[in-house]
Design a protein around this ligand. Structure first.
Ligand code: PGA
Length: 255
């Protein structure tokens, strides 16, 4: 079953977020769609979204868009894994390209955040992806392999710890123009091989990791990505802000 994750970014107010989550949940219930769905609101909207999901007995799971790497302490403005867990958060987006770009998050920070997620039993959604210039220079595979290796190198996994890698070519995010599914498939194959090289254990990679695609996914193209053998789900930005469209994505994904 593919996993479909909504990254709401900083697009909505708190009330708007709860409204959207409500509409998505009601849309799924009405049509009895059984997908594995995660919604990642801003920090400030996590508590009310969590409350609604609990009260309604929804199957939608909650994710955060970032996390700090310490559980507690003098870290002004940061949010810890334990605080997220208290709100019922299960997933955390780590190293999104918008944070790498705007907040200068580097591979070391991505590694620390990933480690913190694993330590506190949260599922990291580790974002990797090349810029257009990397593709022009034909260094896109190397770039993504390096990001994967630096995020996870030296970390150990407990048996049932899940990890998601989200491959998002930076140059198609928010453009409405996704890359060709075959190109995504090739990169996913490279990522899977990097994981096998890291752990020397293809069974562990198969059981613990999911590799998903992100970048201008919508209800029309989602299936063409999920039909590829190495693509296990989708990370959706813009198209997740409209409940009908997001439900249509989940419907298409679960066919
Ligand atoms: P997009 O964003 O679907 O709007 O391209 C995806 C993302 O940034 O995760």
């Amino acid at each position: 079953m593919p996993i479909i994750i909504a990254n709401l970014k900083m697009q909505l107010g708190v009330g708007e977020t709860v409204d959207l989550v409500k509409k998505i949940n009601q849309g799924l219930e009405k049509e009895n769609i059984k997908g594995e769905v995660v919604v990642c609101p801003s920090f400030v909207a996590l508590a009310p979204a969590s409350e609604y999901l609990k009260e309604s007995g929804s199957k939608i799971q909650l994710g955060a868009q970032d996390v700090f790497w310490e559980d507690k302490g003098a870290f002004t403005g940061e949010v810890s894994p334990l605080q997220l867990k208290e709100l019922g958060v299960k997933y955390v987006i780590v190293g999104h390209s918008e944070r790498r770009e705007n907040l200068k998050e580097d591979d070391k920070i991505v590694h620390e955040e990933t480690k913190a997620c694993l330590h506190d039993n949260l599922i990291p959604i580790i974002c990797v992806g090349e810029k257009f210039s990397d593709r022009q220079e034909n260094s896109h595979y190397l770039k993504v392999m390096t990001q994967v290796t630096r995020a996870l190198g030296g970390l150990s996994l407990v048996e049932d710890q899940k990890v998601i890698i989200a491959y998002e070519p930076v140059w198609v995010i928010g453009t409405g123009q996704a890359i060709a599914p075959q190109d995504a498939q090739e990169m996913h194959q490279v990522i899977r091989q990097s994981l096998i090289d890291l752990w020397h254990d293809s069974k562990l990679v198969k059981n613990n990791f999911r590799i998903i695609y992100g970048g201008s996914v919508d209800s029309k193209n989602v299936k063409s990505f999920l039909d590829q053998p190495n693509i296990d789900g989708a990370l959706v930005g813009g198209a997740s802000l409209n409940a009908e469209e997001f439900v249509a994505i989940i419907r298409a994904a679960s066919l």
